[in-house]
Design a protein around this ligand. Structure first.
Ligand code: RAM
Length: 909
């Protein structure tokens, strides 16, 4: 008895304790503990944790202090907002005192909610980056010339090594290193690499902007004497290909600048800079490094101890002052790439003295190898995505990329090696020259992509759909290479705009990619020409300014996605003028007197040949420009712009955009609508665009819908016939038409053309072509994200029912489609507010739905039920449940408003 009372008391107490909301997960610029934030008004976000339902923030109080001590005493000497009445907990602009370069800033927040106030959060911090050009007023070092270690003819450079020993007279309290190493660098102190990033920094057009990385090196500089070392690889600074200078942008020879800002324990400060007292060498082990071709490493040439104290560098030459890249110096806010996963080979086989490794999965990165043998033995690793029938590597689709790494042994002891300045897209690796018996354990696949968390999970009762999600995840991750590349294996690897307008939106359900895409939008903005033209590839490493309409649509469309998914208004503010300029440019240059945008570059790129045989052996790079696509896109983007104009305070533009749109709609119908139903050439893509964008006249909608269904069901026998453009809209259009069943059918097909067909033929990612198993290898990557179209968006929004209505999921629309043959969907998405979950199961008699909505967010949910009296939540009727508000009952759905918290609904549909 006593025990029970004790338990009751405890329960009661713990409920009370839980009642107080807690603020957690504090982030500056959506990063935890960031350093090097070179934005004068960064944004602060936090999440509210509570077991209570229906929790809404009513006010916040932020304190920002210049020291942890002040913050602990609740003194916001930099910013004390006082109590601000607001429900905003995401991306609140810092509005305190001006911040100084390199300053450390400490902050915390307390929130007031409708269910009580929180305590102060645990302290968080950010460190200001270098805000001014003059913060980098020392000169660049490097060698702007070739050495005999370089192969000038082939355009291969050996890596450059730089070193310097330093002596500190006092004890270091804090030291921050700011490093720019172009194209790619590794930075060492006392022989140890600083940071776990690889292939850093992020790629940019260096004549526009250059990214620096920031490291806290306080610990590494704890003694008096230290050695600093930097290795420089080419990346894309020294162009990957020299033979097409008219096309490929070259920036020059690798170079660097570095500074370490030190505060000593006595409060005094000192900054160390790289200069011509550093020494350099090129005759090291990395003989050549090239993103497409691979790395050659001669271990006999290792400069043993070069980045440590006491190394004899008398043979090295003084670093030289070199030309600066020209671009603005910026802190890299998006994360660098990292080895995100180790992948063991699933098998190793040998034939003719060569080994073949199979990793069981297509991915991008490289292989780490363990080897022992005689000095001078050369081991070669060649990479490919698939095998020929005879078991050899299929490398025709790599085009000119050699995708080969070479390691030359120094001899005697066991040696472990992995390359530093290259990566490959592969599943198979052929190893030749390996001394002795090789074993699977001698190799490890290193999966490399930008460090970002997986934020979404999706599974369902349909195994093929689940497999598709798995493939999508691998494909997307493989193609994050500080820019969204089209593919990681052939001699291309460019950030093509047209591959991503909708893909990025779907990707955001899987990866925490906001800062990645914020950076890419900046790359796009900086690639814009003065007249407004935007290229098809940005950064414009390839100069492809084709004046396309559909490819650059990625620019406004990704801005829209970021705004909708993270509530980031600054992204709209920063890009609105450039987007508008581009729209004006396209209209001025390409709108004819009938109101049609005449210019399109690729058409519905990579639409499937009618049969798999029709596409056999044929190259897929034929372009079919089509003004229906360009005009339809122009119309769609005008509406986006009209919407943006409100958020950026340019309401006056809105009427103009809408009026232009109305005119285009008229002209579009006049020019392209066939009275028997259907647009232009009456293809699926043309009709989907007219439908989804709302170009079709209201009274012709049914006819158009019939035509869309006729194409899919009759002409295509239940398959799609869309390329990169049409596939971006197909799933949502069908759902909007009330034909989710047909959309679902497309995802469950295993016959050509379909995603399932790729899987049936061994795909572990997503192919570039629907007919990827028979097409000409010239343009046939096995790891391209563009064909995902809107599949992921549809899976999360329409199947799981997780869709942002406004302000980065602060209001969520949850409206899962019920489809015959799909009994169960379970998905989660970690929004900026916290985790959103939707987990439903349906049977003939009952629909059960578990939902979680994070605090300070709310949802409008659509329950399949005739009326609210057939619904229970937590086994209670809805009536009298104050957390739940019935909004409407129509068409077999009951619309209900819920606040944050966890719920279990049951209905009888
Ligand atoms: C291919 C690229 C890319 C596509 C362009 C038009 O070479 O791989 O995916 O956007 O062409």
């Amino acid at each position: 008895m006593m025990k029970t009372i004790g338990l009751l008391v405890w329960l009661c107490y713990s409920t009370m304790a839980f009642a107080q909301p807690k603020v957690d997960v504090l982030r500056c610029e959506l990063l935890h503990n960031p350093i090097g934030i070179d934005i004068s008004n960064p944004r602060l976000s936090w999440q509210i944790q509570t077991a209570e339902r229906n929790v809404v923030q009513t006010a916040y109080h932020i304190l920002v202090a210049s020291s942890p001590e002040k913050l602990a005493q609740h003194k916001g000497d930099l910013w004390d907002t006082g109590q601000v009445i607001s429900d905003n907990s995401i991306l609140v602009f810092y509005g305190g005192k001006a911040l100084k370069s390199d300053a450390e800033v400490f902050w915390k927040v307390k929130v007031y909610t409708n269910k009580g106030e929180s305590d102060w959060s645990a302290p968080a911090r950010w460190q200001v980056g270098l805000l001014y050009y003059k913060d980098w007023d020392k000169r660049w070092i490097g060698f702007d010339r070739y050495f005999d270690t370089d192969d000038q003819q082939s355009g291969y450079l050996s890596a450059r090594y730089f070193r310097k020993e330093i002596s500190l007279s006092k004890k270091v309290a804090k030291a921050t290193a700011y490093v720019i190493g172009l194209g790619l660098y590794e930075f060492y102190i006392d022989g140890k690499k600083i940071g776990d990033q690889v292939l850093a920094p992020g790629l940019t057009d260096y004549t526009q902007n250059v990214k620096y990385n920031t490291f806290d090196v306080t610990e590494q500089l704890s003694g008096n004497n230290h050695a600093l070392g930097v290795t420089l690889g080419n990346g894309r600074y020294y162009a990957v290909r020299q033979e097409k200078p008219y096309k490929v942008k070259d920036f020059g020879f690798p170079k660097m600048q570095l500074q370490i800002r030190i505060t000593y324990t006595d409060g005094s400060k000192q900054t160390l800079y790289s200069d011509n007292t550093w020494k350099g060498a090129t005759d090291g082990p990395i003989r050549s490094n090239n993103e497409y071709d691979g790395e050659v490493y001669d271990a006999r040439k290792e400069l043993q101890g070069w980045a440590s104290l006491g190394y004899d560098d008398t043979a090295w030459i003084p670093a030289e002052y070199v030309q600066e890249p020209g671009g603005k110096y910026e802190s890299q806010i998006n994360r660098n790439m990292k080895v995100m996963q180790d992948i063991k080979p699933v098998s190793i086989t040998s034939k003719d003295g060569k080994y073949m490794l199979d990793f069981g999965q297509n991915f991008s990165g490289w292989v780490k190898m363990r080897v022992q043998g005689a000095r001078g033995t050369e081991v070669t690793l060649r990479f490919a995505e698939s095998l020929n029938d005879d078991g050899t590597l299929f490398r025709d689709n790599l085009r000119a990329a050699k995708a080969t790494d070479t390691y030359i042994l120094k001899g005697n002891d066991e040696e472990v090696w992995e390359p530093r300045f290259t990566y490959h897209g592969f599943r198979y690796v052929e190893v030749s020259g390996y001394p002795g018996e090789a074993d699977v354990d001698d190799f490890m696949g290193r999966f490399v992509y930008d460090e970002m968390e997986t934020v979404g999970e999706f599974s369902s009762s349909n195994p093929l759909l689940n497999q598709l999600h798995e493939n999508a995840w691998w494909g997307i991750a493989s193609n994050y290479k500080s820019i969204p590349v089209d593919c990681p294996q052939r001699n291309e690897r460019q950030a093509w705009l047209g591959d991503r307008p909708t893909s990025a939106y779907g990707e955001n359900f899987l990866f925490d990619n906001a800062n990645f895409y914020v950076k890419w939008l900046e790359d796009i903005r900086l690639s814009q020409k003065n007249d407004g033209a935007i290229p098809d590839v940005a950064p414009a490493f390839w100069r492809y300014y084709s004046d396309n309409m559909t490819w650059p649509s990625a620019y406004p469309m990704i801005a829209d996605m970021l705004f909708r998914h993270t509530g980031d208004v600054r992204v709209l503010q920063d890009h609105y003028p450039s987007m508008k300029k581009w729209m004006d440019y396209m209209r001025a240059r390409y709108m004819d007197d009938k109101g049609i945008i005449t210019k399109d570059s690729y058409g519905d790129w990579c639409a499937p040949p009618v049969t798999i045989e029709a596409g056999r052996g044929k190259s897929a790079d034929k372009k079919y420009p089509n003004p229906v696509l360009s005009t339809a896109y122009y119309y769609y983007l005008l509406q986006l712009m009209a919407d943006f104009s409100i958020h950026v305070g340019n309401e006056l533009d809105r009427a103009d955009f809408l009026q232009q749109a109305a005119q285009i709609r008229k002209d579009f119908n006049l020019q392209f609508y066939n009275q028997n139903g259907g647009y232009g050439n009456n293809t699926l893509t043309e009709n989907l665009l007219a439908m989804y964008f709302g170009l079709v006249e209201e009274n012709e909608k049914v006819k158009l819908a019939d035509r869309i269904v006729e194409i899919i069901e009759k002409e295509n026998k239940g398959h799609l016939s869309t390329g990169v453009v049409g596939t971006q809209w197909i799933m949502r259009t069908l759902s909007d038409m009330g034909r989710s069943d047909l959309a679902f059918k497309l995802t469950t097909n295993r016959t050509y053309p379909s995603w399932g067909y790729m899987i049936e033929h061994g795909a572990t990612t997503i192919w570039e072509l629907w007919n990827g198993n028979t097409a000409h290898p010239q343009m046939n990557s096995e790891n391209h994200v563009m064909m995902l179209g809107d599949l992921l968006v549809w899976s999360y929004e329409n199947l799981a029912g997780i869709k942002s209505k406004e302000n980065g999921f602060q209001t969520i629309i949850m409206k899962p489609e019920l489809i015959d043959g799909l009994d169960h969907v379970e998905a989660s998405y970690h929004s900026v507010y916290g985790a959103i979950k939707s987990n439903w199961t349906t049977s003939k008699t009952t629909f059960t739905w578990d939902i979680a909505v994070p605090a300070n967010a709310k949802a409008e949910i659509y329950l399949p039920a005739k009326n609210s009296s057939s619904i229970t939540e937590g086994n209670r009727n809805l009536e009298g449940n104050s957390d739940i508000q019935v909004l409407s009952e129509e068409g077999g759905r009951v619309r209900v408003a819920i606040g944050s918290g966890s719920y279990q609904f049951k209905t009888k549909p």
